[in-house]
Design a protein. Structure first.
Length: 138
C-alpha cells in the first residue's frame, strides 16, 4: 500500500474510535494486533485492543484526537497531536470529575495489508493527572 493509503487507514481508525463506532474501527485493525498503551500496558489481539478503546471511551465519551502531524515511512504511520475530552468515567482508579482535559499524544502504528497490526501510543499522563488535580501543577 502507498504511504497515503496507510495514513488514511490510520486516520479513519482514529475517527471511528472518536465517534465510538467500534464496528467500523474493526475494519482497520488486524485480529492479531499487538501494542502498548498508557505507560507500559501491553495489548495482544483485537479483543484486548477494543477493550482498551472502550475503557477510554467510557472515561472520555466525547474524546477526540486532533493531529498536528501525520508522518508515514515504509509501513509505519506516526501521529502527533492532542486528545481532548470530558472526564466522565473512572480510569486508573480516579473518580470522574466532569472536567474538560487536553493532553499531548504520540502514536506509532504499523500497517500491513490494509490493517493496523501494531499500535504504540503514549500520552502525557502527567498533564492529564494535573488537569484532574491528582498531582500538583508545577
Amino acid at each position: 500500500m502507498s504511504l497515503e493509503q496507510n495514513k488514511s487507514i490510520v486516520l479513519q481508525a482514529y475517527e471511528s474510535f472518536d465517534l465510538g463506532d467500534i464496528e467500523k474501527g474493526r475494519a482497520f485493525v488486524a485480529p492479531d494486533i499487538t501494542g502498548c498503551v498508557m505507560g507500559n500496558n501491553k495489548l495482544f489481539g483485537a479483543d484486548a485492543f477494543f477493550k482498551y478503546t472502550l475503557m477510554m471511551r467510557a472515561a472520555f465519551p466525547d474524546g477526540r484526537h486532533t493531529f498536528s502531524d501525520v508522518i508515514a515511512e515504509n509501513d509505519l504511520v506516526v501521529t502527533r497531536g492532542t486528545f481532548s475530552g470530558t472526564y466522565s468515567g473512572e480510569i486508573m482508579g480516579i473518580p470522574p470529575t466532569g472536567k474538560q482535559v487536553t493532553f499531548s499524544v504520540i502514536h506509532i502504528d504499523r500497517v500491513m495489508n490494509g490493517k493496523i497490526v501494531e499500535h504504540w501510543g503514549q500520552g502525557d499522563t502527567m498533564a492529564l493527572m494535573q488537569q484532574l488535580d491528582v498531582v500538583p501543577k508545577y
